[in-house]
Structure formats: structure tokens, C-alpha cells
Design a binder for this molecule. Sequence first.
Ligand code: AMP
Length: 191
Amino acid sequence: MLNIVLFGPPGAGKGTQSERLIEKYGLVHLSTGDVFRANIKGETDLGKLAKSYMDAGQLVPDEVTINMLRSEVVQHSAPKGFIFDGFPRTNAQAQALDEFLASLSTEISLMLALEVEETELKTRLLKRAEVSGRPDDADPAVIEKRIAVYNQETAPVKAFYQAQHKFVAIDGIGSIDEITQRLFSAIDTNH
Ligand code: AMP
């Protein structure tokens, strides 16, 4: 299996690039943010719980997120692999993912980390708000909070995969096509 963690701060282009990767490699796309948003739309208990954290730019608690992720993964029989988009966001999530994948006799192949500097992220998120309808994109204070949470809690997850020699940094500045090509060549040379 080819299991990729597509990593990067909010606004780095994970969702856009995921679409390109699933098309080329036939992977299942698993975005925890998308699953939470679907639950909010469906007014489920999980959605109600997640919304309070998401609207504030905070992380949904690990236990809730990990359980949700596990139940999403097992819905797919004989997948070619997964692209994890927006997960793991904490070291506890990364650890839990490793253990869970090991129980399924597989593992993470690669973490691809899109690197984009902060001023560019803020510009992209405010622009995305015009079309995404996401309340967490429209409020500059919430954007600040999401970037701060990324720097404090999520960026350290890089070291988790660096220690396993699975980490590849990708320049996330350029045209969508250019960045896609960088991701393709990182996968093809490292897998
Ligand atoms: P995203 O669509 O990846 O930008 O995620 C939107 C929001 O969903 C985040 O700001 C968090 O509140 C929540 N979320 C998504 N993925 C996770 C995760 N792995 N752990 C905790 N919270 C998450």
C-alpha cells in the first residue's frame, strides 16, 4: 500500500493537491476536516462537538478524532492506499495512527510537507473564504489561532516522521501544477 500523510499549515494547498494525488495513484482521500464538516452539516452529535472547536480555530480532542479516523479507514476494503489530509495533527495522533496501521499490517510510506510562509497563508485563506463558505476561513482572528495551533501542536509531528526517515519537505509556493509535479516526483523517487 501507498499511505501518504499530506502535511502543512492551513492554506498550504493540502485539499487541492490531494485531488491530484488520488487521481494519479488511486488512493482513498481521508480528510478529517471534511469528515467533521459533513457531520456538522448532518447535525450529528460528532458534528455538534467538533463545531465548537472548529469555530474557535482549536483542535478537536485527540480521542474523538482518532476514533473517527479509525472508523473511516475500516470502511474501505482492499484500498491501494490512503492519503491522510489534515491528520495527524498531534504527536498522539501520529502514534495512534502508527499503531492502528500496524494492526492492519501496513504503515505510513511517506510524509509530504507543503511549506508556505505565513503571510501567504493568510492571504490564501481569506481568498478561499469567498468561495469555501467556511466560517473558520473568514475571520482573521480564527486564522491567526489556527496558524498558532499549527505551530505549537502540529509542526512537531514532522520530527515524528523525520525520525522514521519518512519526511520530505515540498516547496508549496508556485503554480498548482508545479507543486503537483514536485509531489509526484517525491513519491516516485521515495517509494
Ligand atoms: P481542515 O479542514 O483540515 O483545515 O480542518 C478544519 C478544522 O477541523 C481544524 O481547524 C480543527 O478544528 C478540525 N480538525 C481537522 N482535522 C483535525 C485533527 N486531525 N485533529 C484535531 N482537529 C482537527
